[in-house]
Design a protein around this ligand. Structure first.
Ligand SMILES: [Zn+2]
Length: 268
């Protein structure tokens, strides 16, 4: 069986509470030998660490997602440092900027939106600072915020390696990310009927610059689309990526696993 890693899962979400051992077991049976479970709040990061300590193939990233900054303390550096000291923590995140406004949602007054943006920036900077201090990579979430994210990283992320997870941007943007030494990563969106644009990015990015992930419980690849996604589904994403890149599954396995071990160095 060909080996792959799920570099971005949310195993601490309630979706997995009832059957986590079976979920991890199915991943292993599908050849998914390592899983990075990603925190999105301080509480969730604690759960992520506990899950990583429970299953040998699971590692954790600890951080506060931009969508959860309003529930977060203003100052998170000490807590992130404390969590990151645990041996199975391999990255900080997910963090980043998310300026998406749901179409049809109640309009948010500009001053409220501005406060939220400043909070996102402050917590993103704090996580970059701790990552820089500890020599850990950062898992970046960006939505409708590509330029400000790149700009903040340029100013405050010097020397920190990042992965822009769940890549849905253009090839040009992906190339500008990898030119800085960072990575992009592809989810099950690449298997969707309407995922042609992502497939063409996945076909064209240089070798060694990308990872595979599920972002489960979201974004289940075809043929599981619409159901709960889980780490085993990397096995459904990998053949699509191998095909568009014109490489064998074995070659893709070797390449992406080496990239992930180089990125999440504590996982090596
Ligand atoms: Zn995520």
């Amino acid at each position: 069986m060909t080996e792959f890693y799920d570099t971005h899962a949310h195993l601490d979400f309630p979706d997995f509470e009832a059957d986590l051992p079976e979920v991890v077991g199915r991943a292993e049976s599908a050849g998914v030998t390592r899983i990075v479970t990603i925190g999105t709040t301080l509480e969730g990061s604690r759960r992520a660490v506990a899950i990583a300590e429970r299953f040998s193939c699971v590692f954790a990233a600890v951080g506060v997602h931009p969508g959860h900054v309003d529930e977060s303390p203003d100052e998170i550096r000490d807590e992130i440092r404390k969590l990151a000291a645990r041996p199975k923590v391999v990255a900080i995140g997910e963090t980043g900027l998310d300026f998406f406004r749901r179409p049809g949602a109640e309009p948010v007054p500009e001053e409220v939106a501005a406060i939220n943006r400043r909070r996102q920036e402050s917590l993103f900077r704090q996580q970059l600072e701790v990552a820089g201090e500890l020599g850990l990579p950062v898992v970046v979430h960006t939505r409708d915020s590509f330029r400000p994210t790149m700009e903040l990283l340029r100013c405050d992320g010097a020397g920190v390696r990042t992965v822009f997870h769940c890549w849905v941007g253009s090839l040009e943007e992906a190339l500008s990310v990898v030119a800085t030494g960072s990575l992009v990563s592809f989810t099950g969106i690449a298997t969707f009927k309407n995922g042609a644009a992502i497939r063409s990015v996945a076909a064209a990015v240089p070798s060694g610059t990308f990872q595979l992930e599920t972002d489960c419980p979201f974004l289940a690849p075809v043929p599981h689309r619409g159901r709960r996604c889980e780490p085993a589904h990397v096995a459904d994403l990998a053949p699509v990526i191998a095909e568009v890149r014109g490489v064998t599954l074995e070659a893709l396995s070797k390449e992406t696993c080496a990239t992930a071990r180089g990125f999440f160095q504590r996982m090596a």
